[in-house]
Design a protein around this ligand. Sequence first.
Ligand code: FE2
Length: 309
Amino acid sequence: MRGAAAKMPTETVSSPTTEADFTLSNYKIPDTALPEFKDMPFEDIEELQLDHPGANDQEYRKRRGYIASLSKRFRETSEIIDVDYTDDEQAIWRHVASKLEVLHQKHASPFYLKAKRDLGITNDRIPQLSAMSRRLTETTGFRLAPIEGLVDTRAFLSWLSYRVMLSTQYIRHTSRPDYTPEPDIVHEIIGHQPMFTNPAFADYSQFVGHGARIANDKQIEELGRLYWFTVEFGLVQHEGEVKAYGAGLLSSFGELEHAFSDNVERRPFDLEQVINHDYTYSDMQPVLYVIPSYAELKEVTKKYIETFQ
Ligand SMILES: [Fe+2]
């Protein structure tokens, strides 16, 4: 899959938050400081796409709609509702997770591999967002908030400034377990969750979120590209080897194998290049960027965000 939980490029809409102070050092976000989830804009949430493998399967559409409705309820109550995943849904997870696991052992960053184990993510069962969110909060103060589909870049990224990651709960269609055109629970949990337990990566994500709240239209596009080439498709140096930490890579066999093939140019990370690098959402990426470390990514991004306004 190529989906991020952010649609890019995008038109500018107002931030989901209002009146909040902008600061790059506000790492501790108590519950009382969170904006109301019911203020989360939802009129722009993308519905099931016509090219989705489940688009003509009425049962699938109904099930996806039901799970999406739980996300809508979350916005009223701020309580994540667990999904009683069916045997078929669990079977899709087992298939995809175990197949990805083999590739992860070869290509995933060591931090990711350890974090996935520590979070208790297994190939056997689909984890619940509620449990994952609790574990993240214990480690880096990040939280998960269920969302029923893609939202625009500014709204999506802005929530990161509160250490909130919007996350879908439904799973891909059974006819194509290896593919999904939209973020699903496999992408969110296997792709994204482990890296949010990394303190430098979590801070970095928050910086991007802060930036999104004050960015002008040009800057929001730059941030969209930065997010894309790091959080979704990032590579990192590790003891002389290149490893994957981006969720779009770690949740897709095709993307992950492609990233380490001869068809990809793996360039050293350069912020200026990345924020100006246009990409096609639906294509395999011909160029990827390798960061020297998560700490370096955090520092260079902090300086960049400080130039905003
Ligand atoms: Fe994503």
